[in-house]
Write a protein that binds this ligand. Structure first.
Ligand code: 4NP
Length: 154
């Protein structure tokens, strides 16, 4: 069975594309590419069709993580086909709830890394702290992969 993981933020140019790239890289390193499909989207429509923010592109490049992304908006298909919808902050969770019902497990990325003691990934579109966000995203993705492997028996 293919497991669909979809990361969700507001604009789909900063945080969720970063999480998508980091998580894809981890999935590949774990040899699980044929079992876990990874994507990302935003609840807002301002940046549809754009590449990721230069700050996100830069940290991914600095950490040697391959990147390819075109921003898109959350769609009904995301709600109906995702097994995991992983949000960056509570505003994204609200956006998901407004968009409709889903069978997916819906959660905050940092809830998969409870040792960090923080719930929301701050928005670097406003803070410009892309490296700090990368560290949070990396820890959240590691916890998420461990959670999925345990839950799905991978
Ligand atoms: P993201 O950051 O949700 O991490 O992609 C944002 C990008 C754009 C905007 C807000 C947040 N915006 O308002 O245009």
């Amino acid at each position: 069975m293919l497991i669909n993981v979809t990361f969700v933020c507001l604009g789909n140019i900063c945080r969720s594309p970063m999480a998508e790239a980091v998580f894809k890289h981890m999935v590949k390193q774990a040899g699980l590419e044929s079992q876990i499909r990874v994507s990302s989207c935003g609840t807002g429509s301002w940046h549809i069709g754009e590449r990721a923010h230069p700050g996100t592109q830069r940290v991914l490049h600095d950490h040697g993580i391959p990147y390819e992304h075109t921003a898109r908006r959350l769609s009904p298909t995301d709600l109906s086909t995702s097994n995991y919808l992983v949000a960056m902050d509570n505003e994204n969770i609200e956006g998901l709830r407004r968009a409709g019902v889903t069978q997916a497990e819906v959660g905050l990325l940092l809830n998969y890394a409870p040792h960090l003691g923080i719930q929301e990934v701050p928005d670097p579109y406003y803070t410009h702290r892309f490296e700090e966000v990368f560290r949070l995203v990396e820890a959240g993705c590691a916890g998420l992969l461990a959670h999925i492997r345990e839950k799905e028996g991978l």
